[in-house]
Design a protein around this ligand. Structure first.
Ligand SMILES: [Zn+2]
Length: 208
């Protein structure tokens, strides 16, 4: 089985759900660069100290610092991991390839109209941060949080204009990355539409 994987996919594609299933059922450790950075800073590791300098200055943490952190983490693992949120650019993919030979990049794709419908139907609770969906996870009482009774609202991130803009930015940045893995014979594209279990079956097939 393939054990070193990258998960790619636009916002709202269901990547988080699939990553969770891979973790629960196949023991994949999910490596998110955001989580890793926060952990390294908290533990005050040498790389964490380095990263903190950039974060405090509001700058992007350079690729070599992120990759260094990833290498440390991967060494602790038995080698079954999935990368989520990294690489984001071809430059990062190149830097990663110098250190780690990835088995497959799984591209969980969903067309924009479906993503817009998924994301613009989200409603959030300002008080407890619960998230609802007007089609898939309807609150018991319209417009009100089940847990704390507060009035639900639509986050700015989830308005149609913002969603379309996020998707455009994602497509522009990720397209070269998808081509990068396709050229190297490492791309598996899976349509992220339909039942979660069905999508999971497709993902597992890509790992054979
Ligand atoms: Zn609430």
């Amino acid at each position: 089985m393939k054990t070193k994987i990258i998960l790619l996919g636009p916002p709202g594609c269901g990547k988080g759900t699939q990553a969770e299933l891979l973790g629960d059922r196949l023991d994949f450790v999910r490596l998110s660069t955001g989580d890793m950075l926060r952990e390294a800073v908290r533990n005050d590791t040498p790389l964490g100290k380095e990263a903190k300098k950039y974060m405090d200055a509001g700058a992007l943490v350079p690729n070599d610092v992120i990759i260094g952190m990833m290498k440390d983490k991967i060494r602790e693992l038995k080698g079954t991991f999935l990368l989520d949120g990294f690489p984001r650019t071809v430059e990062q993919a190149d830097a990663l390839a110098k250190e780690i030979d990835i088995d497959v990049a799984i591209n969980l794709d969903v067309d924009d109209e479906e993503l817009v419908s998924r994301l613009t139907n989200r409603r959030s609770c300002p008080e407890c941060n619960s998230v609802y969906h007007l089609i898939n996870k309807v609150p018991k009482k319209e417009g009100v949080c089940d847990k704390c009774g507060c009035k639900l609202y639509q986050r700015d991130d989830d308005t149609e204009k913002t969603v379309r803009n996020r998707l455009r930015v994602y497509r522009e940045n990720t397209y070269p990355l998808i081509e990068y893995y396709r050229e190297r014979g490492k791309l598996a594209t899976i349509e992220g539409i339909g039942d979660i279990e069905y999508i999971y079956t497709q993902v597992s097939k890509a790992l054979k």
